[in-house]
Each structure stands twice: as C-alpha cells, then as structure tokens.
Write a protein that binds this ligand. Structure first.
Ligand code: PHE
Length: 337
C-alpha cells in the first residue's frame, strides 16, 4: 500500500510537471470521489490496527502534496493566461490613428449657400426652374424676340429650335410671375450655359443667382437699399455700392452694379485692377412688357430684378484669379476653402 501511495504521488507530480496539463482533470483522476487516492483509502479497512495510522498519515501527506502542487499549477496557469491576454489585448497608444477624411462643401456651394442665407434673411424664398428651357422663357417672355441682337451675347446650346440650355436664371422670373400674382419675392440660384470658350474668366457652364421682387409701389430705391444690405453682409460693413447705367432687354431702367473693393477699400489694388470698384451684378426695374407677358398688370404693380454670377462672387471672396480652378476638382486646391 505504501508503494501504491508513492506511485500515485510520483505519477501525479509527473503529470503536473507538464506546463500544458489540464489541472482539473488531474485533480479528478487522483483526488476525486472515484479517484485513485480515494480508492486506496477505501482499502484501509484491510490493514492491521498498527499499520492503519501510519498509512493514514502517509495518505494524507500525499493528498496534501498533490493538492499543493495542483494549487501551484492553477496559480501559474492563471498568471500565464493573464500574460497572454495582456499581450494579445495590448493597445499601442503611440500608434498612428486611421485618418478620418471629412468632406466639405465646394467653395461655389459655400458661397451660394451664404448668398441664399442673406436673401432668405430679407424675406426671399428660393424658386427653381429647369436648366433645359424653352426659347420662350429664356428669351421671348423676357422681351428678347427672335433675331434680337441681345441674343448674341447669350449664345447657348440648342437642343431643338425651341429648346435650349438656359443662358441665364432670368427665365425663372417669367415662370414664377406666370403662376403667381404679387407680392413676389424670390431668388433662383442655379446652373446656366453659354457657348463660350473656356478661359480664366469664362466657362460654358457657370452659376447665377437671380432675384425678383414684384409688388405695389416697388421702386429703384428699394432695389438699391436691398442690394446695399446684401453687399454689406456679403463683403463687409464698409462696402459701398454704385449703379452704372446699362441695358438689359427685360429691365428698364437697367444698371450694372459695382461694390467698393473689399481688399483695398476703394484705393485701387490688384483685385479691382486699380479701379477701386468691382462689378458684381446686373439689375433694373422689370420691363412693363415682361410683366404684361407674364400676366401681371404694370399699371398696378412694379418690380425689380437682379442677377449675378456665383463664380465671380466666389473668386472675389477668396481671391481666386482663374475660374478654371473651380471646376478642376483638384483636392489640394479645394481643401483651402
Ligand atoms: N440675366 C442677366 C444676365 O445674365 C442679369 C440680370 C438679371 C440683369 C436680372 C438684370 C436683371 O446678364
């Protein structure tokens, strides 16, 4: 029996030497209810009364030793697992993060939204119209009959004889007036087209923002005041505006409107080409013919309209000297805005 107990101890220890042994399995095999040590102890009854306490003590020693070794191994395993977890779950706080690329709005869109905000703040709402337009709305309804010389400056792309890509946002005026009786107070931003060669200040596709106000008693003074508010909000409190006489077929009288140069304040610099003024838009009082054509009585109502290029305003705002930069989608360029 003594030999058997020693053998059990040896075997158990040998198994426990193995770093990867299954400690719980070994415990059951030797110390469990049906384990080897237990079955030896069951045989105690067969021993003589003198032998019994000696074997009992030895059995207890073996049990205690195996238990101690098991505890030691279990501890070591736990430490090993922790070590493993620490390595596999380690976070390198010095590692470079993944760059989150956040997109932003194109400078033209940014400026368009800013302009829209200013006009919405003055009570305008936004009206939209088709880019593929009838000759009628783009020209005829705006007092530009067939073969009128004003068509030359707005040559565009024709889809049929009657359908074209709109050369200006003004046809939206005609469409709105046809459907709505005054008071009217709208802006219509959008793409327009002209058959121009691409260069630093021309593109066959560009953007305009049109404005139209029609009501009783609207005067050129209202136009001036409203444009002044726009210019000050857009370009700065000190900005002044000036009107120069001009001709548009759909407004009478008509004017080209300049703002005082917001870089030099009017002294003359590179941006304003020494002028002190920068031309930003065309405007005027809606021609009675246009009101009449669109179903509004010019004896009762009057109105003003204005239109400006969003590219031009954007280039002025950001000091961009070549319009092509706005269409090339060069991320390095666009990132600056
Ligand atoms: N549509 C004109 C243009 O493209 C601008 C304009 C709009 C002028 C409204 C007067 C009134 O040149």
């Amino acid at each position: 029996m003594k030999a058997k107990l020693n053998q059990i101890r040896e075997e158990a220890f040998k198994l426990l030497e193995d770093e990867n042994c299954n400690v719980e399995e070994i415990r059951i095999k030797y110390l469990g209810k049906k384990g080897e040590l237990t079955s030896v102890l069951r045989m105690m009854g067969q021993l003589s009364p003198e032998e019994r306490p000696i074997m009992g003590q030895l059995a207890n020693e073996v049990r205690a030793e195996i238990e101690a070794k098991i505890a030691e191994m279990a501890e070591a395993n736990k430490a090993k697992e922790l070590e493993k977890a620490l390595v596999s779950e380690k976070i390198d706080v010095t590692a470079y993060g993944k760059e989150q690329k956040i997109g932003k709005l194109h400078p033209l869109t940014q400026v368009q939204r800013k302009m829209e905000d200013i006009f919405i703040g003055m009570g305008f709402s936004i009206a939209e119209g088709p880019e593929v337009e009838y000759d009628y709305y783009n020209f005829q309804a705006l007092n530009i009959p067939e073969n009128h010389p004003a068509r030359d400056t707005q040559d565009t792309f024709y889809i049929t004889d009657n359908i074209l890509l709109r050369s200006q946002t003004s046809p939206v005026q005609a469409r709105v007036m046809e459907k709505t009786q005054p008071p009217i107070r709208i802006i219509s931003p959008g793409r327009v087209y002209r058959s121009d060669e691409v260069d630093g200040s021309h593109s066959p596709l560009f953007h305009q923002l049109e404005g139209l106000v029609v009501d009783k008693g609207i005067t050129m003074g209202n136009l001036r005041g409203m444009l002044e508010t726009f210019a000050k909000t857009m370009f700065g409190e000190k900005t002044k505006i000036r009107f120069r006489p001009h001709h548009f077929p759909f407004t009478e009288p008509s004017a080209e409107v300049d703002v005082s140069c917001f870089v030099c304040g009017g002294k003359g610099c590179r941006l304003c080409k020494g002028e002190g003024w920068i031309e930003i838009l065309g405007a005027g009082m809606v021609h009675p013919n246009v009101l009449r054509t669109c179903g509004i009585d010019p004896e009762i109502y009057s109105g003003f309209a204005f239109g400006m290029g969003i590219e031009r305003i954007t280039m002025c705002q950001y000091g961009i000297d070549d319009m092509r930069l706005l269409y090339e989608n060069n991320i390095k360029f666009l990132k600056q805005f």
